[in-house]
Structure formats: C-alpha cells, structure tokens
Write a protein that binds this ligand. Structure first.
Ligand code: GCU
Length: 337
C-alpha cells in the first residue's frame, strides 16, 4: 500500500515536471514573471532538523527571488528512498534531494572520505570542511558532467552509534554474528564486517519493520534518527560507539541550477548558507531532545568502549583511501582548523 502510494507520487512528480518543461521554463525562471518550483526529496520526518531547515530555506528563497524560485520539501520518503534520489535528480524527475555520503560514494569514490572514521574531529570541524569551497569545491562539482548532479553543500549527521534489540554492545565482540542494517555502500558493508557483525543493506524507511520483524538485530545511526524514526520502540539498547561523524549532502540537478539568473543564484547561495547554519544549531539542541524522547520511550543509552570500536575500524583507511586525489582531499580536511 505504502509502496503503491510512493510509486504514484513519483509518477505524479514526473508528470508535473514535464508539464513545467512544456511551459517553456527552459529559459529560466524570472523572464516575464515565470516561476519554478523545485521538489526536494527527503527521507526524514517533519520534526527532523533537515526538514525544518530546508523548509526555512524555501520561505527565504521565495521571498528573496520575488517568488521566481520555490522549494517544496517532500519528507518521509514520499518520493522514494535515497538510492532512487540520485537517478531522479540526475534525470530531472525532481530537482533536489538530501542523500547520505555513502550514496554518492557509489558515483565517485572520493566521497568515501566523508564516511570514514576519524576524518572529522567534531561537528564544527566537519561543517567548516563541508562549507569550504577551497576544500570540497572540486568534489562537489565532480558529478556535473557525468551525472548532471551538483552538490550544493553538506549537513551533519552527528556521530553514529550502534543500537540493538537484545543488549548493550560494550565492544564489537558483543556484535559477533548479529545482523546489522547498513546503508547501501561498500564502506558501510566493510565497516560492519570489521566489527565482526553481518551487514544487511537496507533503505532507511525499511529499518523500523526490519527491526520489529527480526530481519535485522540492530542498526547504527545518530540519536535524532533513532528517535524520529522511533527505532527505540523496537531496539532499545543504544551503545555509544560513536564510530564516525556522518555527512548528508543536498544535491541539485545541474541544468536546473544553471537556469538561475546570477541574482537568483546569489539568493540561493545566501539561503543555503543560512540553512546549514540553522541545521547545525538545531542539531545540538535536538540531540538532547531526541535522547529524552527515546529514554521516555524505554531506550537505554550507554557509554561503551569507543577505543575498541575505533581499533576494529582502523583497517578501513587503507582499504578505501587508495588514490592520490583521495589522499590530497584528506590532507586538506586535516589542515582545516
Ligand atoms: C541518517 C542520515 C540519512 C540516512 C540515514 C540512514 O539519518 O541523515 O541521510 O539516510 O542516516 O542511515 O540511512
């Protein structure tokens, strides 16, 4: 039923885009009072910082472009799962989406850096890196020719930790043989294997039922996802492994971005700047709220042996960082203070 609805939503979106194209929007919004609505696909709830910040972006962009450019955010995976977002943004079924770094790793291996342990010292360090065009400018543009996708910028996912159905996992040894859900990418598969568990790739929207039915024994994510997706109802042991600080990226169809006049593009860039900053602030306050919500719902949060997790994951750097461009990017990240 849910799947059917999603397919219908995607089809409706495709038709809407075609109608727009047929209206001669190709010259760009703005000429003779035309306006363009960008659909933004998001797999989070309306209470998640990403929805709240993008919704503010929508209001600001509309105001600052005199209504020429509008954003409409579709939360709750209404437009499908992240794997589909890449294809849909690339072909223009809809124009924008938030995707996790591992999805982009599937298109350009340089993106793997943003999913490796110990790359970022803190959320503030991460956001300095992700907003510095001298560091990430080339990688953000790297998919334009091949995929017609531009990365607008990054959003933090905070530190990711493991949570399970049966008990706290003090060290990776407690995860031995357990089926742990991972995002669909090579680095996440290797990560969970390195912890001694069995990785099960699965879309974010399927994790709740996966946990409930026992298809998986656990997953890994930040506190805000754990709470907003209500995973604590079905996996109450949250072990603070803090194995990496994850990143999301806002992506846009390159041709659509290039339709903006320079004035509208400046408004877009300014709006985005305010958006990621609001998101980072919200992240900090909402993490506290998420812990409270989950605890009230029966979750148990516990500090665990982070060093044991870090040690188990050390081999990932050598396994995934092989090329000169990857190493150069890592150096620039490390030099960002
Ligand atoms: C986080 C992240 C999402 C991602 C999800 C996942 O919530 O912000 O972009 O899809 O983790 O584990 O799939």
């Amino acid at each position: 039923m849910w799947k059917k609805f999603r397919v219908a939503a995607v089809a409706a979106t495709a038709i809407a885009s075609l109608v727009l194209a047929g209206c001669g929007n190709g010259g760009g919004a703005g000429a003779s009072g035309e306006s363009y609505t960008i659909k933004v696909a998001l797999n989070q709830t309306e209470t998640h910082p990403s929805f709240i910040a993008l919704d503010s972006f929508a209001k600001k962009l509309k105001e600052d472009t005199g209504g020429r450019w509008n954003l409409q955010v579709y939360p709750n995976s209404q437009l499908g799962d992240q794997k589909e977002y890449l294809q849909s943004v690339s072909t223009g079924v809809y124009d924008m989406a938030v995707v996790s770094a591992p999805q982009l790793e599937n298109l350009n291996k340089d993106f793997v850096i943003f999913s490796l342990p110990k790359v970022f010292d803190s959320i503030d360090h991460q956001m300095k890196v992700l907003s510095d065009k001298n560091v990430v400018g080339d990688v953000y543009k790297s998919l334009e020719t091949s995929n017609n996708i531009t990365v607008v910028g990054g959003l933090t996912q905070g530190a990711r930790s493991v949570y399970t159905k049966d008990k706290i996992a003090n060290t990776p040894a407690d995860l031995a043989g357990k089926k742990i859900r991972v995002q669909e990418s090579p680095v996440f598969l290797s990560m969970v294997k390195a912890l001694g568990a069995s990785p099960t790739p699965m879309a974010y929207s399927e994790v709740y039922t996966g946990l409930q039915s026992g298809v998986i024994d656990g997953a890994e994510n930040n506190e805000i996802s754990y709470a907003t997706q209500k995973h604590y109802e079905v996996a109450k042991y949250f072990s603070y492994s803090r194995h990496l600080i994850g990143a999301d990226f806002l992506i846009i169809n390159t041709k659509t971005l290039n339709k903006m006049s320079s004035e509208d593009r400046a408004a877009f860039d300014k709006g985005w700047d305010a958006t990621w900053k609001q998101h980072t602030e919200l992240w900090k306050t909402d993490t506290e709220k998420a812990i409270k919500t989950a605890t009230d719902g029966g979750a148990k949060f516990q500090e665990v042996d982070v060093d044991a997790y870090a040690k188990a994951l050390e081999p990932l750097q050598n396994e995934f960082l092989k090329t000169e461009p990857q190493k150069a990017l890592l150096e620039k990240i490390k030099a960002t203070k």
